[in-house]
Design a protein around this ligand. Structure first.
Ligand code: MN
Length: 356
């Protein structure tokens, strides 16, 4: 046998993979031995194959599935690097969703009553505007004592879909939610909204779908449920925080480092959704729980606002408006004056001390 060929045992030792793993990778055509002895069936590997075998071992350590490793190994180094970056961005996005769910559960299970005895409540205002360009308004905005919601419908029956989804959530506005069951109650409400959208769409994903971003007030906390590219923001101590992540193709390209946020604004597919409430297979919404503080101001809006008014503009208007009603009307005006091509919906809610 020539000097640059290694037995499976020697090769395994050199690349830190087990002979068993090497046999599996051979079967999966991920890493074929350079030669298989036709009489004995013994596998022999070339020294030149070590580099690839080590890459496979490192990618396994990252937790990358074998099918994806096979794809990465077939690429030239720069493209393999890009593929690994994209894989890791996906892992982090999935982990972020699980982290939020874990935090939600921890909060729900360990919540203690607020120490001071002041009672909090919401002051709120909602408005949805057709805008100056679209022939119809397919958005729905709603605010009540316990429920805040924005939905942005699309497709021929999009308007009916967004209002049906919000209508289904309104059960949350009329009953007290025990602190320990917020997650279950939200889940149930979203299932109700999904069923309502399915009925409107008549089983067709093209007929209708909608985004849904809603917050449920528990008396001390706001539980957020979010799917699609409508957004929720929190203005606290003069700073604006975006508390939702867009479920769009473009946002996933930003996460993967393939697009800068500046390039994203002008991207032709900026509105293409990764997730929404549709007649198709149901996608899991993001869920989060926020402790309320007196003085907090929340904004829920459709992309008709956030697509044309940058975050800094939102912060200025929210900070300068005396009440939720003034804030909502100023934001809608700002979107229209910026030449907004879409329907515009806003909900603003202030956390205030009762009687304050
Ligand atoms: Mn829209």
């Amino acid at each position: 046998m020539s000097g640059d060929m290694l037995t499976i045992g020697a090769f395994a030792k050199a690349c830190r993979l087990s002979p068993k793993a090497l046999r599996l990778y051979d079967e999966l055509e991920l890493l074929r031995p350079a030669r298989v002895d036709p009489d004995t069936g013994y596998r022999y590997y070339a020294v030149a194959q070590l580099e690839r075998a080590r890459l496979v071992a490192w990618l396994r350590r990252l937790g990358m599935p074998l099918a994806e490793i096979r794809t990465v190994c077939a690429l030239d180094p720069p493209r393999a690097g890009a593929a690994i970056r994209a894989y890791w961005a996906r892992v982090e996005a999935e982990t972020a969703v699980r982290r939020d769910l874990a935090a939600f559960l921890v909060d729900q299970l360990t919540a203690t009553p607020r120490k001071d005895t002041t009672m909090l409540e919401l002051r709120y205002f909602a408005h949805s505007d057709r805008g100056r360009v679209r022939p119809a308004n397919q958005d729905t905005a709603y605010a009540g004592a316990r429920l805040l919601a924005v939905a942005d419908g699309y497709g021929p029956a999009g308007g009916t879909a967004s209002s049906a989804a919000v209508e289904a959530l309104k059960v949350l506005d009329v009953r007290e939610v025990p602190a320990g069951s917020v997650l279950n109650v939200l889940q149930e409400a979203v299932e109700g909204a999904t069923a309502a959208v399915r009925e409107v769409a008549g089983g067709s994903e093209e007929e209708a779908g909608t985004t849904l971003t809603a917050m449920l007030w528990t008396g001390s906390q706001l539980a957020l449920v979010h799917i699609g590219d409508s957004r929720a923001y929190l203005l606290r101590d003069g700073a604006l925080f975006r508390i939702t992540h867009d479920h769009t193709v473009v946002q996933s390209m930003i996460d993967e480092g393939r697009l800068t946020p500046e390039e994203a604004t002008a991207h032709p597919q900026a509105a293409l959704l990764l997730k929404a409430l549709t007649a198709g297979p149901s996608a899991a919404p993001d869920l989060r729980l926020h402790d309320a503080r007196p003085g907090d101001r929340y904004l829920l809006c459709s992309d008709g606002l956030s697509g044309v008014v940058p975050d800094d503009g939102l912060r200025r208007v929210l900070g300068a408006s005396p009440g939720p009603d003034a804030a909502v009307l100023s934001l809608v005006t700002a979107a229209n004056e910026a030449g907004g091509p879409d329907n515009v919906s806003c909900v603003v809610a202030d956390v205030v001390e009762t009687g304050g």
